[in-house]
Design a protein around this ligand. Structure first.
Ligand SMILES: Nc1nc2c(c(=O)[nH]1)N[C@H]1C(S)=C(S)[C@@H](COP(=O)(O)O)O[C@H]1N2
Ligand SMILES: [Mo]
Length: 253
C-alpha cells in the first residue's frame, strides 16, 4: 500500500472511530501507530491526540506558507517576554560572544556552539508568519541555520523522537517538537531577521523558528537542545511547559 493511501486509511479510520465510538477509542487507535502526543492525558487528551494524529498523517511534509517580500510587515510586533535576567544582560553587553547553544542527550557528539559557529554553517531564508494564539500575526523574513544541520552534526541516535529546547529566561520556558518538525526544512535556528541581525525583542541572538506551529513554539533566547526518545522526566512529562499551563503541546497551523 502506498504511503498516501495508508495515511488516508488511518486518518479516515480515526475520524470514523472518533465519530462512532468517541474520542477515547480513536486515541487507542492512534497509540497503535505511535501518534500520541506527550500531553494526551489531560482533560482534552483524546482531542489533542486526534488533532496531532490527523495532522501528522496528512501534512508531515507540507510547508508553512511563504510570502512575497512585499508582504513583510512594516511594523512587526514583538510580544512581551520576561524581563531579561542578569545573565542575559551580561551576554548582551559583550555582544553575545560567550553565548552557547549546548546540544546533548541521545547524540553521538554533544556540541557547544557559539552563535558565530552556527552562522558559519549552512543557512537559508524564509518569509513566514508568526501567529500568536491570541489572534495577531505578522510576516517577516527569517535567516537561520536549519535545525537539521545542527542535529546532523551532533549525530542523532536512531531512537530519538523529540528535541527539547530551552530559553534563557527567568521562568526557564522550554518546549519540545517531534522529529517531523525538528527535521522540517523550515525549522530554523534563526539569527537574522529582515536582512539584519535578529533583534533581542524578536529573540536574538538565537531563536528557534517553527513556522508550522503557533508562535509560542518559536522560543526566543535558545541555549539548550536535548535529544530524547521520551518526555518522561522532563517537567511533568507533558512535552513542554505549555501544557503545564493549559496550552496544547502540539500547536500545528
Ligand atoms: N523566550 C520566549 N519565547 C517566546 C515567548 C516568550 O515570552 N519568551 N513568547 C512566545 C509567544 S506566545 C509568541 S506568540 C511569540 C511572539 O513572537 P514575537 O515577539 O516575534 O511577536 O514568541 C514566543 N516565544
Ligand atoms: Mo503567543
Amino acid at each position: 500500500m502506498s504511503q498516501m493511501s495508508r495515511r488516508r486509511l488511518i486518518t479516515t479510520g480515526l475520524a470514523a472511530v472518533a465519530g462512532a465510538s468517541g474520542l477515547a477509542v480513536a486515541a487507542r487507535v492512534a497509540r497503535r501507530y505511535g501518534l500520541v502526543p506527550p500531553d494526551h492525558g489531560g482533560l482534552y487528551g483524546p482531542g489533542e491526540t486526534l488533532t496531532y494524529a490527523a495532522q501528522r498523517l496528512l501534512t508531515t511534509h507540507s510547508l508553512a506558507r511563504e510570502f512575497p517580500r512585499s508582504m513583510i510587515s512594516k511594523a512587526p510586533f514583538a510580544n512581551e517576554a520576561d524581563p531579561p535576567t542578569d545573565e542575559f544582560k551580561r551576554h548582551q553587553a559583550s555582544g553575545f560572544r560567550e553565548w552557547r547553544l549546548v546540544v546533548d542527550g541521545m547524540v553521538d557528539h554533544p556540541l557547544s556552539l557559539s552563535v558565530s559557529d552556527i552562522r558559519s554553517m549552512a543557512f537559508l531564508n524564509q518569509i513566514t508568519e508568526v501567529v500568536c494564539e491570541e489572534g495577531w500575526s505578522y510576516v517577516a523574513e527569517w535567516i537561520g541555520t536549519p535545525l537539521s544541520e545542527v542535529l546532523n552534526e551532533a549525530g542523532l541516535h536512531p531512537q530519538v523522537r523529540y528535541i527539547v529546547y530551552r530559553s534563557m529566561e527567568k521562568m526557564g520556558w522550554w518546549e519540545s517538537i517531534d522529529m517531523a518538525d525538528a527535521l522540517h526544512p523550515q525549522t530554523f535556528l534563526t539569527w537574522g531577521m529582515n536582512d539584519g541581525d535578529l533583534p533581542v525583542g524578536f529573540g536574538g541572538p538565537l531563536r528557534l523558528r517553527v513556522p508550522r506551529q503557533l508562535g509560542y513554539k518559536s522560543l526566543k533566547y535558545i541555549v539548550h537542545l536535548t535529544a530524547t526518545d521520551s518526555m518522561k522526566g522532563f517537567g511533568k512529562g507533558l512535552g513542554s511547559a505549555s501544557p503545564e499551563s493549559g496550552y496544547a503541546w502540539y500547536a500545528g497551523i
